[in-house]
Design a protein around this ligand. Structure first.
Ligand code: NAP
Ligand code: MG
Length: 400
């Protein structure tokens, strides 16, 4: 049997610890036997990031701009303990933060839904994908404690001189607290474009929610920019695709989400997205079953698992003990990247292979073959608990 050809390479970003082991197993057992795999390889493992003064992360992001599609393994974000463990030159920044800044992208998190792992919310039948605006608001705020009576104002001083604009925040009669927040039209516009692009790419409706009835200038600006971008660039494409853009108040959105059957993208402001993504992902069952896609407004895609490097399992592995680490989200990162590559290149065989890989993975679980984390929460009776390697081998068997 001849292998599937790839026209264009995708960017491959290798990573750390247990997920680095899973990464190479996926390539050798699930991909290499079927695809003539073409990748541009960047080693984002912590040692190599340190050796290159983190230049490799920047190079990988630049390559993503050139090739359009990337697949990334989970990586360590160094803290003080890691600096010591790896003898690092410095506490390098989060690779995901660096890549997101360079691609100007938005992260979409979606659960992998499979029979046997039921969401806590019984009406949720399809995934709910959450998009979080990752700039500004309370995450870049300025705040103060107020000790006693006095007034607080917002002041805008135009850069080239000219008259200041002032507005009273509060006339304090006693102690309290105060906070200033900001956001940028350009950032909101990029966020809107990424959301519209991803909705088209995955053929799902897009919901967006803010608190514009209370925040009549700040949140209302988000609502207006989304509406302007939609009317100018996406309305006709959405109509042609048969999908909808739907704006509603955040409280109404929460109420509707709880009663929905899923199958849409929910775009949220920074804080709402922070909170709601944790709620949605834990209600869907397991962190090990969450995928994550970074989408830039220019249409570059980077796929990865939402979980980290699973350090605890890795240390067990180093002690020579058997592990049962779930590789599903990392497999889906690869299938997502390969599918997108196939769509962009016009290679339907590659798209079909991505579908087949996902079906093979899910059918293992549905037939009761799974890793320990899923065995603990499944509704399937007497599941077979497989090791890290055992699960990937079971998927490989089905692919054949
Ligand atoms: P983690 O790797 O997500 O793992 C936390 C715990 O969740 C694990 O100990 C395990 O629980 C469970 N878990 C997560 N993924 C699993 C999987 N695939 N299969 C089975 N169980 C899984 O988070 P962490 O241990 O806090 O972080 C480790 C490193 O990952 C850190 O250095 C952090 O910087 C990095 N990180 C990277 C990314 C990224 O690259 N996107 C994201 C988050 C964290 P049990 O131990 O109970 O089995
Ligand atoms: Mg959070």
């Amino acid at each position: 049997m001849s292998k599937i050809e790839m026209k264009t390479p995708l960017v491959e970003m290798d990573g750390d610890e247990m997920t680095r082991i899973i990464w190479s197993l996926i390539k050798s057992e699930l991909l290499a036997p079927h695809i003539d795999l073409k990748t541009e390889y960047y080693d984002l493992g912590l040692e190599h990031r340190d050796a290159t003064d983190d230049q490799v992360t920047v190079d990988a992001a630049e390559a993503t701009k050139r090739l359009g599609v990337a697949v990334k393994c989970a990586t360590i974000t160094p803290n003080a303990a890691r600096v010591e463990e790896y003898g690092l030159k410095q506490m390098w920044k989060s690779p995901n933060g660096t890549i997101r800044a360079l691609l100007d992208g938005t992260v979409f998190r979606a659960p992998i839904v499979v029979k046997g792992i039921e969401p806590c919310v019984s009406c949720w039948k399809k995934p709910i994908t959450l998009a979080r605006h990752a700039y500004g608001d309370v995450y870049k705020n300025a705040e103060m404690r107020i000790d006693g009576p006095g007034s607080v104002e917002l002041v805008f001083a135009p850069a080239g001189g000219g008259e200041e604009i002032r507005t009273l925040v509060h006339e304090f009669a006693g102690p309290g607290v105060v906070q200033g927040q900001h956001n940028l039209d350009a950032s909101i516009e990029s966020f809107a474009k990424s959301c519209f692009e991803y909705a088209l790419s995955t053929h799902q409706d897009l919901w967006f929610s803010t608190k514009d009835t209370i925040s009549k200038i700040y949140d209302h600006r988000f609502k207006d920019i989304f509406a302007e971008v939609f009317d100018a660039e996406y309305r006709t494409r959405f109509e042609a695709a048969g999908i909808e853009y739907f704006y509603t108040l955040i409280d109404d959105a929460v109420a509707r989400v709880m009663k929905s059957e899923g199958g849409f993208i929910w775009a949220c402001k920074n804080y709402d997205g922070d909170v709601m993504s944790d709620m949605v992902s834990s209600a869907f069952g397991s962190l090990a079953m969450m995928t994550s896609v970074l989408v830039s407004p220019h249409g570059y895609y980077e796929y990865e698992a939402a979980h980290g490097t699973v350090q605890r399992h890795y240390y067990k592995h180093l002690e020579g003990k058997e592990t049962s680490t779930n590789s599903v989200a990392t497999i889906f990162a690869w299938s997502g990247g390969l599918r997108k590559r196939g769509e962009l290149d016009g290679t339907p065989e590659l798209v079909a292979f991505a579908d087949k890989l996902e079906r093979a993975t899910l059918s293992c679980i549905e037939d009761g073959q799974m890793t320990g984390d899923l065995a603990r929460i499944t509704s399937i009776a007497n599941p077979t608990v497989l090791s890290t390697v055992g699960f990937i081998e079971a998927v490989a068997q089905r692919l054949k």
